[in-house]
Design a protein around this ligand. Structure first.
Ligand code: ADP
Length: 496
């Protein structure tokens, strides 16, 4: 079975967050099961090519619209990696970053089209074209209408975060060679918000024209059907419910392994977790005597509950612990707010702020902390809580999305005792979170035996890609079996 993934990220060479890690973990495990897996990614200037060995040029020159491209290829992490080099005069992938450019729409719609041009050149049948998020969602309608020569049996779209949709103008579709006006219809790519009747929604194109939609956790698959979590697309999603299959992400247990992690000064297992944590703490400039240590490793965006992350500083200090925050924000105003907070706590040995993307420090913190706080307003899956558990750090999470599917409260009698592995609060409010922080501190201070049980349980849980991979393969097979059934969307909608 041949699976071709199109995505904007692939860890570790091009990672901005969870998406890149998911691509790596999923493709590695699916490849191990004997499927033929390929990943096509933009050749960003930020990719450290010394880490991609045996990269060679596969197609030196091919045209997409008016500009030239090349494709580089190698075996990488069990799969066939293809880096699409765009020589577009706008230097689309020479920006020193993956996202956050004013012309992100132009960059990723161009990548989507160029990737399909390359696949058309390759002229090899594809069993599953696996798309990820809005960046490449437009490939679904393009395969149905513009690249009909591609022998694609089925298209799936993973929804890593429904809030990011790639809203744009009709002219953005025109620019990449589609007839934009045609798509401005409620059953096609017109944005569902009646106040924006002229807006095109790229993610919606992926929703409508894919054969299956995969939100990254079962709870998120339910949540996005509601106005609260559906990002304005809940109406469309409710209509498409039969093709939605929530599959929980895994984490890459090779990268996240306290027994082998090269970022740690001491490796540890469930037997030596206390010593391992002590060693990790020695490297971090935080008051070592005040415990528990609580922290967060996160993008500083509204989704992640920045006001709650801030509130937790004072609560932690009052309760007698120390607090660490590793994060950074793509939004200058938000970053400035946290910079001011850092100034406020300057000289306080019990508070550590580090505002950058720092992989090494992230690994050290997962090991050093006692508790990891994830107070998200919504969380499609969330990886940090699973990584934390692997390192013997007990998560405190808000009950939403994948957090709800992976963390079970230590004191919740409705959950079997063997599943309880952390602390959960229901409402994204300061009161609800503070009360739970208090419970966690109390258990840490007064009942070390139960706290150790939580640590051990988390470390022993299988959060690997093993089970999710089986679910993905099962879904791929089901789709291929039904690929000959005529999808009504394919016959009702014919462009031009
Ligand atoms: P999201 O993808 O929404 O940002 P996830 O929980 O799915 O959130 O994944 C976040 C990933 O990014 C984790 O691997 C986490 O360790 C990492 N991460 C987040 N912020 C930082 C940072 N400032 N430095 C290093 N790693 C970070």
């Amino acid at each position: 079975m041949r699976i071709v993934h199109l995505a904007a990220e692939f860890a570790p060479i091009a990672k901005a967050g969870g998406l890149g890690e998911v691509l790596l973990g999923l493709t590695r495990e699916v490849s191990k099961k004997g499927l033929d897996v390929e990943v096509i990614l933009p050749k960003y200037d930020l990719i450290d090519l010394s880490k991609v060995q045996n990269l060679s040029i596969e197609v030196p020159n091919f045209k997409c619209l008016d500009s030239q491209n090349a494709v580089w290829s190698c075996r990488y992490e069990e799969c066939q990696l293809r880096l699409l080099e765009s020589r577009h005069p706008a230097g689309y992938f020479h920006r020193g970053k993956i996202y956050g450019c004013e012309d992100d729409i132009a960059r990723f719609t161009y990548f989507s089209r160029a990737a399909l041009e390359y696949l058309a050149l390759q002229n090899k049948p594809i069993d599953v074209l696996h798309l990820h998020d809005w960046h490449v969602a437009l490939c679904a309608p393009m395969v149905r209408h513009l690249f009909t020569q591609l022998r694609v049996k089925s298209i799936v779209l993973s929804i890593h975060n429904i809030e990011y949709q790639g809203k744009c103008a009709v002219s953005d579709l025109d620019r990449i060679g589609l007839k934009g006006d045609f798509y401005l219809a409620p059953h096609l790519l017109q944005d569902d918000n009646p106040k924006h009747p002229k807006t095109i929604n790229l993610l919606k194109g992926g929703l409508v024209f894919s054969d299956a939609l995969i939100p990254v956790s079962p709870t998120y698959a339910q949540e996005i059907l509601t106005p609260q979590y559906g990002g304005g697309l809940d109406g469309t999603l409710r209509k498409l419910k039969p093709k939605i299959f929530g599959i929980l992400n895994g984490i890459d247990q090779k990268i996240w392994d306290p027994e082998k992690d090269p970022a740690l000064s001491m490796h540890y297992s469930t037997e030596s977790v206390a010593k391992g944590k002590q060693a990790a703490r020695a490297k971090i400039k935080l008051d070592g005597t005040k415990r528990p240590w609580i922290g967060a490793i996160t993008r500083l965006v509204v989704q992640k509950g920045p006001e709650l992350l801030e509130e937790a500083i004072e609560t932690t200090l009052k309760l007698g612990g120390s607090y660490a925050l590793l994060g950074s924000s793509p939004h200058p105003k938000m970053q400035e707010h946290f910079n001011q907070l850092k100034k406020k706590y300057e000289g306080n040995a019990r508070v550590l702020f580090q505002f950058e993307y720092n992989e090494q420090l992230a690994h050290e913190l997962y090991a050093a902390l006692d508790l990891l706080l994830v107070p998200s307003h919504y969380e499609p899956c969330g990886l940090t809580q699973m990584i934390a558990m692997r390192y013997g750090t007990v998560p405190i999470v808000r009950s939403t999305g994948g957090l709800k599917d992976t963390v079970f409260d230590a004191e919740d009698s409705s959950t079997p005792a063997v599943k309880r592995n952390g602390f959960v609060f229901r409402d994204a409010t300061k009161a609800s979170m503070n009360q739970t922080l208090k419970r966690a501190f109390e258990l840490f201070n007064s009942d070390p035996v139960t706290f150790q049980t939580l640590i051990r349980r988390g470390m022993q849980t299988d959060f690997s890609w093993k089970n999710p991979t089986l679910e993905y393969i099962k879904l791929y097979r089901t789709l291929l079996k039904s690929a000959l059934d005529v999808n009504p969307i394919r016959i009702n909608v014919v462009a031009n």
